[in-house]
Design a protein around this ligand. Structure first.
Ligand code: FMN
Length: 196
């Protein structure tokens, strides 16, 4: 990817709930990215049949390679997910388990919805695992929202919408900076498949 080419940025919507609020955040993030002239794609996990990762045959499932390919090609990934049990939901973690090194050394940001504001630290587990396993560059300021942050029609209200736009701008700025760095080094980044 050259610094001048349109940046592919991926938004992954991880809630499997039919009336998901984090999916609304994912859609708002895609809109914000497109407003920045970015090639933004949204993957909605509700539309993908995926096995639980078993560390073996599950990697051969026909959904895994296309998903891993989209993550790999992305210059940055925004993960939209619900908070379940003070963590991101299992579907988000399962996607990371299935696609592993596709996340290597790229900016990753989070958009989370929760029942209460007190679960604010919940994305830290997945963020840490992405950092340690794949050297993902975690965007430290993430979006966290509860029901009151949405309009009655389910759309994100202000200032939530502004926070989504800020995350989109940060992801694009980081992805562009990384692309420039790689171009000036004349190398692609070292992809790692697991911890040293
Ligand atoms: C199994 C389960 C566990 C949950 N655990 C938490 C939690 O630990 N903290 C919290 O604030 N909300 C929790 N919630 C509430 C969800 O985070 C909230 O409903 C959120 O809007 C779901 O996101 P979604 O609408 O995108 O599916 C939980 C919900 C479920 C179904």
């Amino acid at each position: 990817m050259s610094a001048a080419s349109p940046l592919p940025v991926l938004v992954v919507s991880c809630s499997l709930n039919a009336s998901s609020r984090s999916h609304r955040l994912a859609c708002a993030a895609r809109t914000a990215l497109r407003a920045l002239d970015v090639d933004a794609e949204l993957i909605d996990l509700r539309e993908w049949e995926l096995p639980f990762c078993d560390g073996g045959g599950s990697y051969e499932h026909p959904s895994v390679a296309p998903l891993a390919g989209r993550i790999e090609r992305a210059a940055a990934v925004l993960v939209a997910a619900p908070v379940y049990n003070y963590d991101l939901n299992a579907a988000a973690k399962n996607l990371v388990e299935l696609t592993g090194s596709a996340w290597s050394e790229k900016p990753v940001g989070f958009l989370c919805t929760a029942g209460a504001r007190s679960s604010y630290m919940s994305p830290i587990g997945l963020a840490n695992s992405l950092m340690f396993d794949f050297r993902s560059l975690i965007i430290p300021r993430f979006v966290y929202a509860v029901k009151d942050d949405f309009e009655a029609d389910g759309e994100p209200a202000e200032p939530l919408r502004a926070r989504v736009e800020q995350l989109a701008r940060t992801a694009v700025a980081l992805a562009r900076a990384l692309a420039r760095l790689q171009a000036s080094n004349g190398t692609e980044s070292e992809a790692k498949t697991g911890p040293d």
